[in-house]
Design a protein around this ligand. Structure first.
Ligand SMILES: C[S@@+](CC[C@H](N)C(=O)[O-])C[C@H]1O[C@@H](n2cnc3c(N)ncnc32)[C@H](O)[C@@H]1O
Length: 310
């Protein structure tokens, strides 16, 4: 049987969280539970709450729930609702949180989930299979302008308009239902040596849009910082520049103790520095890790500590 997912930057994440007895931790993206398992195995007397919105992950988490019934709680919820999810478990403050963003290998490898242009399956792309909007809905009903905007904004695709135009033309002949249909449409309008990257960007754009990935990330990071105990850690692994930008900019903003324009003679803002950034440059996988797990190649880990307010 294929492995569910190989955890990325595993030892780096465990170190980042600074696990200590009696403390409470959150794995915001359980996936196949690789990071959660290592956290629970650390031998520390901790409590771990994990989130995932995918029912397949919830099923997968049963192994750890059975093994660590006292230490581990799984919550099926979008991480945008982290505070509510934890509040329902009577948790208001935590000591560390990990986000390992994006999709798991299990999700990518299953053609019926529609995340990959390499297989053929229904153009689905919902991480939460209980949500309504699919990628097929978007490509079959959105206007030229809307499609172009999604491909530009979330895929940073230069040929966004050309691809959108071709989608509109093809869907007028036949409904676009599968990943293979979409992949062929892209292939037919982009010169061959660029088409693989274009497909990757268009599939990424649709996935980000369908799952509202940028909005939920922003909300979840803001909320996580609010519930971190002083000295608590936040660690985020991102896999593309749009995600990484959000993490980097938010950490930078939260670290600032003043946001007054530079020309002001003295500070008049009430800004308080809430984070200390622990990684000026992101941690990236070693060549060895990339060789063993090529899907780790674009990973960037950023870590910050909740500042002790003076
Ligand atoms: C890269 S995988 C995590 C892999 C995990 N760290 C492991 O070692 O197996 C990302 C997981 O996060 C979940 N996910 C992504 N965005 C989410 C969100 N907004 N709310 C809840 N889960 C999310 C996905 O369903 C997926 O299972």
């Amino acid at each position: 049987m294929k492995e569910y997912h190989v955890p990325v930057l595993l030892s780096e994440c465990i170190e980042a969280l600074d696990l200590q007895d009696g403390k409470i931790f959150v794995d915001a993206t359980f996936g196949g539970g690789g990071h959660s398992k290592k956290i629970l195995e650390s031998g520390k007397d901790i409590k771990l709450f994990a989130f995932d919105q995918d029912p397949d992950s919830i099923e997968q988490s049963k192994i750890l729930q059975n093994k660590y019934p006292e230490k581990f709680v799984m919550i099926k919820e979008n991480f945008a609702n982290i505070r509510t999810g934890l509040a329902l478990e009577r948790i208001k403050k935590i000591d560390g949180i990990l986000f390992d963003l994006g999709v798991s290998s299990h999700q990518i490898n299953d053609p019926s989930r529609g995340f990959s242009f390499r297989g053929d399956g229904y153009l689905n792309m919902r991480m939460d299979q209980d949500s309504l909007l699919t990628a097929a809905d978007v490509v079959n009903t959105y206007s030229f302008e809307e499609l172009t905007k999604i491909f530009r904004e979330y895929g940073e695709e230069k040929e966004a308009a050309r691809i959108a135009r071709n989608i509109i033309l093809e869907r007028s002949k036949k409904e676009i239902k599968t990943t293979l249909q979409l992949s062929t449409i892209i292939e037919n309008c982009i010169i061959s040596h660029k088409s693989i990257k274009a497909k990757a960007r268009i599939f990424q754009a649709l996935r980000i849009y369908i799952n509202k990935e940028m909005d939920v990330l922003q909300t979840a990071l803001n909320d996580s910082i609010k519930i971190l105990n002083l000295g608590g850690r936040i660690a985020v692994i991102s896999y593309h520049s749009l995600e990484d930008r959000i993490v980097k900019n938010l950490f930078k903003y939260e670290e600032k103790s003043c946001i007054c324009p530079p020309e002001f003679p003295k500070c008049v803002c009430d800004k308080v520095s809430t984070l200390k950034i622990l990684t000026r440059k992101p941690i990236i996988p070693t060549l060895q890790e990339i060789e063993n797990n090529p899907r780790s190649r674009s990973a960037k880990l950023r870590i910050a500590r909740r500042r002790k307010v003076l």
